[in-house]
Design a protein around this ligand. Structure first.
Ligand SMILES: Cc1cc2nc3c(=O)[nH]c(=O)nc-3n(C[C@H](O)[C@H](O)[C@H](O)COP(=O)(O)OP(=O)(O)OC[C@H]3O[C@@H](n4cnc5c(N)ncnc54)[C@H](O)[C@@H]3O)c2cc1C
Length: 390
């Protein structure tokens, strides 16, 4: 039986896929990823190599030095990178998402100053949204306050899980105006583009089960002065600054899972063809074949959902529920697939020599964030006419 037919991509998209596939398969060694993981250091060489092939400018408009790629283009890049990087693709996707937020809501000055730097790989931007009080009810837990003062704002508060802050030049920071009142959780919300070199910022690394090289941090903002020019979007009405890219964020999270699933399958198939048990290849056993077939079934379903959402978004149809469903489905699929990948390889799968265990650890967060799958199920139930449960 031949392989399945692929989706209908343009010649340029096929070219993009080949470029990123070649880059990922020949330019990134497992030994390198293991080294940066072991040393818990930011993979700057990988970042720079991505710069060289123009990846950091993919979603940025040509007038700012990027190529203005579509969401399908982003999914293609994410899928191919994740076959090798797994969840470490966040290195690229986090910054790309920040660029999209800036592109949509930045002032002309902010965009002219930062987007060309981001496209050229000279500027990294992370997101500082989640607080110690909780990330699911992000606005309910929002305690970081921005107090208006002459010429700007003084920010005080703490954040949790601000990925990459130690190696980022800017963070997109969610705050609420001090003394703002009103019945709605969105009242007073103000978003800033904050230089990480600002006096008053300190952070500590959080010990996590994955993302060893990129790292996530708790951050404290103590009397940090931010000029008016650093507001991203509207003062006091900043929630839309962050919500406009939510669908895209979920689609890219799903695409990361799709690529990681493919990576696990490739490695598993290769292994079971070579590994001998009871005088025959491991891959001849039906129990093993069914595990691998289940992996492939999950990959195809996750992939179709993901590209469907990307195409809807590119056509201007916001795939609110669809992208949440794709993220939920694909993130659970990669957990199952990576776990099976470990199982099929036996003891070898439990070592750091094969990707399944790292892919499992690094993608496990995608069932929790950027939106937890329980919340997605709440929304799916509501879409079927059931009452809101929270
Ligand atoms: C490795 C890592 C990287 C991260 N990177 C970033 C980052 O760069 N920037 C950033 O701002 N944040 C980041 N986060 C935070 C992430 O977005 C949050 O962890 C996520 O939003 C969940 O919030 P929480 O951890 O506070 O869980 P909680 O909100 O406390 O939820 C705990 C559990 O309760 C469930 N739950 C909550 N409410 C409901 C409900 N109504 N119905 C059913 N179940 C519910 C949730 O689904 C979850 O399972 C990161 C987190 C990790 C672990």
């Amino acid at each position: 039986m031949s392989g399945i037919h692929d989706l209908d991509f343009t010649d340029e998209q096929e070219q993009l896929r080949r470029l990123v596939r070649d880059f990922a398969t020949t330019g990134i060694s497992r030994a390198y990823i293991q080294e940066v993981e072991r040393d818990r250091r930011f993979p700057i060489e990988l970042w720079d190599a991505m710069t060289e092939i123009g990846l950091h400018g993919l979603a940025i408009a040509p007038e700012y030095g990027g190529v203005g790629g579509s969401i399908v283009d982003e999914v293609i890049v994410t899928e191919e990178l994740s076959k090798v990087l797994g969840g470490l693709t966040i290195l690229w996707s986090l910054n790309t998402q920040a660029a999209l937020i800036l592109q949509a809501h930045g002032t002309a000055g902010q965009k002219a100053e930062l987007l060309p730097e981001m496209a050229a790989g000279r500027c990294r931007v992370g997101l500082s949204i989640t607080e110690p009080g909780g990330g699911t009810d992000v606005l309910g837990a929002l305690e970081t306050k921005a107090a208006p003062v002459e010429g700007g704002f003084i920010v005080n508060g703490s954040k949790m899980f601000s990925t990459m802050v130690a190696d980022a030049h800017y963070m997109i920071l969610l705050t609420r105006l001090k003394n703002s009142s009103g019945p709605r959780k969105t009242n007073g919300v103000t978003v800033f583009l904050l230089p990480t070199s600002s006096p008053g910022i300190s952070f500590e690394r959080i010990d996590t089960m994955g993302h060893e090289s990129i790292g996530t941090y708790s951050v404290h903002y103590d009397d940090v002065f931010l000029p008016e020019s650093s507001v991203l979007g509207e003062v006091g009405n900043g929630w839309p600054t962050l919500t406009g890219t939510l669908n895209q964020e979920r689609i890219i999270a799903a695409a990361m899972c799709v690529g990681a699933i493919a990576g696990v399958i490739d490695q598993t198939v290769k292994y079971v063809k070579e590994r001998q048990v009871f005088g025959r290849p491991l891959g001849q056993l039906q129990a093993v074949q069914h595990h691998i077939a289940n992996m492939e079934i999950s990959r195809q379903a996750s992939r179709l959902l993901t590209y469907h959402c990307a195409r809807l978004a590119d056509c201007g149809v916001p795939p609110m529920l669809e992208s949440a469903v794709a993220k939920c489905y694909a993130s659970e699929a990669i957990s199952m697939v990576a776990d099976l990948g470990i199982q099929v390889l036996g003891g070898a799968g439990y070592t750091r020599d094969y990707d399944a265990e790292r892919f499992w650890r690094d993608t496990r967060i995608l069932r929790i964030g950027p939106i937890a799958n329980e919340m997605i199920r709440n929304y799916v139930a509501e879409s079927l006419g059931l009452p809101r449960s929270f």
